[in-house]
Design a protein around this ligand. Structure first.
Ligand SMILES: NC(=O)c1ccc[n+]([C@@H]2O[C@H](COP(=O)([O-])OP(=O)(O)OC[C@H]3O[C@@H](n4cnc5c(N)ncnc54)[C@H](O)[C@@H]3O)[C@@H](O)[C@H]2O)c1
Length: 279
């Protein structure tokens, strides 16, 4: 058995494929802590959501290879988290390959151009629904599939969802995303209530502004806020620690909430935002 506080545990991470993403960083952090990891991702360009990102099959295979190189077991599970049948098949596949999943990181999600970004009075209905489907329904479907197996096996576990500062305060042009990420927080709290007696803890992480390709492909974020001077002004104005967060920092918070060190914590929505979110 491998070393580390999560040795012998089986984890499942959604959104695990994108090279600079928080999900990939989480999968690696959990593996370094000793867990075997099922890496779930849509892992294909999702043409219906331009600007939302293009994790590929190769990206997913790469993170699985990295985990295997660390001496842990890993499996690639290709699924769209918003599709019930795909989630069921992926969790069944992960369980068959690695054993009962008792640590779940629901990282898949997002918003962007063509995927819910824009004023609420002109946002297409299909875009709003898609944001809810991926961020809220997807988080619930994966949690349901894993938690039901934990309960059936009579084992406890830990689930960590990814919400956002946008789940705690309003942002213009991000209405669908705000509604979805606020939904993730109440989903987290309700599942914590319902699953606590079975020994399953459920928490959420609320990142602020993270330097991943979701918001910052090829330095786009700096361009959007007006170049280097605009970025400096944004950081001065918005973020007490004066910097964006890294995927590794979000991953570390998720890994902590999934670890025995967080044993007393459930139903919380923990900010990991360099001080940008203070609610
Ligand atoms: N980047 C930020 O500033 C920021 C801030 C707050 C919250 N978040 C949240 O953090 C999480 C991770 O975001 P990130 O910044 O690492 O983005 P990212 O785009 O790098 O990663 C998202 C991952 O989810 C996968 N994915 C997307 N839709 C999917 C689906 N339907 N089914 C399965 N997999 C899917 C993508 O392929 C990708 O690997 C998201 O939930 C996002 O909303 C990000």
């Amino acid at each position: 058995m491998s070393d580390g506080p999560l040795a012998g545990k089986v984890a499942l991470v959604t959104g695990a494929a994108r090279p600079r993403g928080s999900g990939r960083a989480t999968a690696l952090a959990l593996a370094k802590a000793g867990a075997d990891v099922a890496c779930l991702d849509i892992a294909r360009p999702y043409a219906s959501a331009p600007g939302h990102g293009t994790a590929t099959n190769d990206d997913l295979d790469a993170v699985v290879a990295e985990i295997t190189a660390l001496g842990r077991r890993a499996v690639a599970a290709r699924a769209d988290v918003s599709q019930e049948d795909q989630v069921e098949a992926a969790v069944a596949q992960a369980t068959e390959a690695l054993g009962t999943v008792t640590l779940v990181a629901n990282v898949a999600g997002g918003s962007g151009p063509g995927f819910g970004l824009g004023p609420l009075i002109s946002l297409p209905e299909a875009e709003f629904r898609h944001v809810l489907d991926v961020n809220v329904i997807g988080t619930w479907l994966v949690s349901r599939a894993c938690a039901a197996r934990m309960v059936a096996a009579g084992v406890g576990g830990r689930i960590c969802n990814v919400s956002s500062q946008a789940g705690k305060r309003a942002f213009a042009l991000l209405g669908a995303y705000c509604a979805a990420k606020a939904g993730v927080i109440l989903l987290t709290q309700t599942m914590a209530l319902e699953l606590g007696p079975a020994g399953i803890a459920v928490n959420a992480v609320c990142p602020g502004t993270v330097d991943t390709d979701l918001i910052n492909p090829n330095g786009l974020f700096e361009q959007l806020v007006g170049g280097p001077e605009g970025l400096h002004a944004y950081l001065e104005r918005e973020i007490p620690l004066r910097r964006l967060q890294s995927a590794e920092e979000i991953a570390a918070t998720i890994a902590w909430l999934l670890s025995p060190d967080a044993a007393a914590i459930t139903g919380e929505a923990v900010n990991a935002s360099a001080g940008q979110t203070m609610v």
